[in-house]
Design a protein around this ligand. Structure first.
Ligand SMILES: Nc1ncnc2c1ncn2[C@@H]1O[C@H](COP(=O)(O)OP(=O)(O)OP(=O)(O)O)[C@@H](O)[C@H]1O
Ligand SMILES: [Mg+2]
Length: 294
């Protein structure tokens, strides 16, 4: 069955790049918040023992009693660890340092690469999108995320070595497709931390576009101090400073994601055109953003 064609199954996007600090968590938190503001019910799964998505959404990592660790390793129901956030329509399955043990503890388990996929089969039906924030490695946690996802979104930092490591990531994607998850798609490459004054940045952006063509999001996420400040306030940028360039860039990227998603759903099932055409519902919900601007 084509996963995207089922109206009651969440579309699961894994946000991965084994390189550290390229904007995975910033993209996961702010895209999830943007999709939620655009009226799409979203679940963000923090799959990184650093727990940055968890703290970035205002939750205290140290006092968490249950987390995604318990879902993965102890088979707790996913629904039992999901917490609401300050953003309407956005929930979080949190993580903390407990998860660092999971990779080892999962090794002897049967189906260790498919544990997350199995657990996500019981994703509460209310969610339309599930975003999974991966750690900076291609280890078992990231492989589980790739095996569980419908698509992978790759944040690419606009810097000199941006393309380095991407082929390794894409090889892993190919392997996962072959062995674990034949439906896995590339959601796209999202250029992050773009600095217009830096010539290298433009060159890198051109190079990435030349290489991956239309698979690169049109939206460029600029380097924006609000995006780096927001996590210390436990807020996505859309709450912290909705008018900021960073918040608006992720909102734009989320709109683009919805358009791509709708086009894919149409390709997969032309008869669902009406359902997929829903993308412009985002426009209706824009009032929320304005509301948030105060
Ligand atoms: N567009 C941006 N403008 C300014 N700062 C940014 C931007 N995107 C990310 N940052 C900052 O860069 C740092 C790394 O970003 P982030 O944590 O999202 O990367 P990551 O890929 O999740 O890192 P890790 O690999 O450690 O999980 C953070 O301090 C974040 O606030
Ligand atoms: Mg991160």
């Amino acid at each position: 069955m084509e996963r995207s064609s089922h109206p009651y199954m969440a579309w699961k996007i894994c946000i991965a790049n084994q390189k550290g600090g390229v904007g995975k968590t910033t993209s996961a938190v702010n895209l999830a918040a943007s999709l939620a503001v655009l009226g799409r019910r979203c679940l963000l799964i923090d799959l990184d023992p650093q727990g940055n998505a968890t703290s970035g959404l205002g939750l205290d990592k140290s006092t968490l009693r249950r987390s995604i660790y318990h879902v993965l390793v102890e088979d707790d129901p996913l629904g039992s660890v999901i917490l609401p956030t300050a953003v309407p329509h956005l929930s979080l399955a949190p993580a903390n340092i407990d998860l660092s043990g999971a990779e080892l503890e999962m090794v002897p388990l049967e189906n260790r690469e498919r544990l997350l996929a199995q657990r996500l089969a019981a994703t509460p039906a209310e969610y339309e999108f599930v975003l999974i924030d991966c750690p900076p490695s291609l280890g078992l946690l990231t492989v589980n995320a790739l095996a569980a996802a419908d698509s992978v979104l790759v944040p690419v930092q606009c810097e000199y070595y941006a393309l380095e490591g991407l082929s390794q990531l894409l090889n892993t994607v190919t392997l996962v497709k072959r062995r674990l998850n034949p439906h896995l798609k590339i959601e796209g490459f999202l250029l992050t931390m773009f600095d217009i004054r830096n010539r290298i940045c433009s060159q890198v952006a051109d190079e990435v576009r030349g290489h991956f063509q239309e698979r690169v999001f049109q939206t460029l996420v600029a380097r924006n101090v609000r995006l780096s400040e927001a996590p210390s306030h436990g807020q996505p940028a859309l709450l912290y400073d909705p008018a900021s360039r960073g918040a608006q860039a992720y909102l734009e990227a989320a709109r683009e994601l919805l358009v791509r998603h709708a086009a894919r759903a149409e390709d997969a099932a032309p008869e669902r055109k009406v359902h997929a055409g829903n993308v412009h519902a985002g426009k209706v919900d824009e009032g929320r953003v304005k509301e948030g601007e105060r």
